[in-house]
Write a protein of this length. Sequence first.
Length: 366
Amino acid sequence: MTPEQLPVEQYEDQLAEKVSRLTSMMSAFNAPDVEIFRSPVSHYRMRAEFRVWHDGDDLYHIIFDQQTRERIRVDSFPAASELINRLMPRLLATLRETHILRFKLFQIDYLSTQSGQVVVSLLYHRKLDDAWQQAAEELRDALRAEGFHLHLIGRATKTKICLDQDFVDECLTVDGREIIYRQVENSFTQPNAAMNVKMLEWALDTTRNASGDLLELYCGNGNFSLALARNFRRVLATEIAKPSVASAQYNIAVNQIDNVQIIRMAAEEFTQAMNGERSFNRLEGIDLQSYECETIFVDPPRSGLDDETVKMVQAYPRILYISCNPETLCKNLATLSATHEVTRLALFDQFPYTHHMECGVLLTRR
């Protein structure tokens, strides 16, 4: 398979293999049947990153084969959004003709939205100057004249030139409500927008009759916090990355949500605060004891929850866990299953045609 071909005819078989594999992994925990959420079979990725190959007067996108490290030319990329695919050839056509923009350009990153916005980052092995910025502004304006809602960024060592803004605003309809999400370039966002909506709606469904407040760790830009707020009295959420916290605060304001509080803390730090082991200035003015959290939501990195956070999580009657790595999820469940049982299990096919799985579990106290 090349980047310009997707084995669409194999999609159902590949998905069935993932379901079988996840079912087998979760059998030790007496999990219920898997709820399956299929991805669009093409144009599902809102992000794409390509290296740039220079060949005389020509240049083009490339990727490297993960096994052989072979260089593969990419002229179209059906895994990426239709917007990215429309923009790729037009952007390269202009870059080919403009020496100051193509000189020592080595990578192009795209971040698009379903709402028609796109940020393009041009990465260089050289210093960027005023002449580069003027040429970049002309490129941006030309592409905007063609109908692209484009924002352009230049990056080099210790340099970031943002022509107007370094973010896009996505608008997703989640269970009948529109939610605006600010997504910042070079920060984490869910890559598959259609699957993100399905994850949000599944999380809403699993907490439909929840009581009390929600505690969320690893909240990012508030992706789940904003959607779940309607099911809880209050939401207390933590995130360590400053750009994500800033985006979350914007998203809370623009969506006029008044029951979500974001704290800039690592999950491990918050665990220490909850256990009374350390005090933090960042918690000044926040009365943790006033929260009546009966549900905790976690969406950790691939490494899963650390041992102390697992123990802290066990104190809550309901645990909603989104995992991008079923292996570390199962490691955590080996501890969590002593006090909780898996009552819902879902597979979200975030990454079609790959080995990777995203899944969700709801655990309730025994």
